[in-house]
Structures are given as C-alpha cells and as structure tokens.
Design a protein. Structure first.
Lengths: 111, 112
C-alpha cells in the first residue's frame, strides 16, 4: 500500500469555485502534513503545514487533517486561474525528517 | 524573501559521467535535503543532512551518490557515474527548526 495517495486528476473547475483536494495516508506514525503547489517544471512551493487534527486557515486556503480516518484535505475558496497547478500533499513522521509525497492532483481553474 | 537557489537549472551529461548539482539553502537554515522527481512521478526523498553529516538516506541514495556542504553556504549532490535512470528533476530543500521544508526551483538532469 502506498504511504500517501492522491487522485491525480485532472480536476477542472470554473473560476470562483471552491476546490477540495484530498489525500489518504497509511502510516499512522505521520506527525505532520504539508501541502505544496507545483507549477510545471518548477519546485514545490509550500502552502500549508499542519501537525494535528483539525483545521488551519491561511487566506483562501484551509487545510484539514483527520487522523482517525487518515484523511487530509486542502480547500481553496474563490479559486483563480493562477491556482492552476499540481497540488502535492506530504506526510512527515519524525522531527525534521523526510517527507513522503503523494502523486499530486492536477488542478485547472477555467476563467 | 529568502529562498533556496539551485544551479544549474539544466544539466545534460553522458552516461557514466560525474555530475555535481549545487544548492544554496536559506542562510540560517540547519537541515538540508535532496529529493528527486522523475517525469510524471512523485517527489521522492533521497537524503537529509544535518550538522555536517547524513541523518537519513533512502534506498535510491546508493554508493553512486554523495552529499557535501563544502562551505557555509553551499550544499552539493554528486552522482559519480550517471545512469540513464538518473534523469530527473533534483530538488534541494532546507528548513530551520520547525518542520516546514522550503524547496528550490530544481535542476533538470538529462543523462544521454
């Protein structure tokens, strides 16, 4: 079983829509989770970092972690064409250790 | 805003040649990482480095790979004898104390 799984998409939404991106994970030892945005042939850009169950909000972005079901989500409100990218979730399970990434979900926001 | 930088942006090499990929982490960061991403695949961890030594490495990081922090600013990844399957994007990342890792723009390595 893959440690972190994401639906690769592509996911296409109209501008202004609320986007929901999801990951599941199998490793109960994960202590924290990251969401990165990656534009084509660029480096991952850190969006959100969470380490406990619950919600964390930053502007139009909300990260949600449910450790009981091993499910993490990223919500994007009022989506913009500039949000079109691949979104990567990642889990980390020790202090300062490696990140385990999902496959990434490709998002397209249409004007 | 401070950022991780990497050079070169694209490296083309012949199979069997040695390559060195260079990174300048964010200046006050203490932990350094290399990841790679084969085209169309997920980002994979290679190695982490702290206090001038490797703290963790993956199965990918075999004897052909090495890392070095030759001075106070650079962090390098060396591949001694490149293989076709080493063709990928290589990302350097760094962090301070908390777990947020910041990635560089990557070096695209093409092995012919």
């Amino acid at each position: 079983q893959k440690e972190v799984e994401q639906d690769p998409g592509p996911l296409s939404v109209p501008e202004g829509a609320i986007v929901s991106l999801n990951c599941t994970y199998s490793n109960s030892a994960f202590q924290y989770f990251m969401w990165y945005r990656q534009y084509s042939r660029k480096g991952p850009e850190l969006l959100m970092y969470t380490y406990s169950s619950g919600n964390k909000e930053d502007g139009r972005f909300t990260a949600q972690v449910d450790k009981s079901s091993k499910y993490i989500s990223l919500f994007i409100r009022d989506s913009q064409p500039s949000d079109s990218a691949t979104y990567l979730c990642a889990g980390g399970y020790n202090q300062g250790g490696k990140l385990i990434f999902g496959q990434g979900t490709e998002l397209s926001v249409k004007p | 805003e401070p950022e991780v930088t990497q050079t070169p942006s694209h490296q083309v090499t012949q199979m069997g040649q040695e390559v060195i990929l260079r990174c300048v982490p964010i200046s006050n960061h203490l932990y350094f990482y290399w990841y790679r991403q084969i085209l169309g695949q997920k980002v994979e961890f290679l190695v982490s480095f702290y206090n001038n030594e490797i703290s963790e490495k993956s199965e990918i990081f075999d004897d052909q790979f090495s890392v070095e922090r030759p001075d106070g600013s650079n962090f390098t990844l060396k591949i001694r004898s490149t293989k076709l399957e080493d063709s990928a994007m290589y990302f350097c990342a760094s962090r301070l104390q908390v777990n947020e890792q910041f990635f560089g723009p990557g070096t695209r390595l093409t092995v012919l």
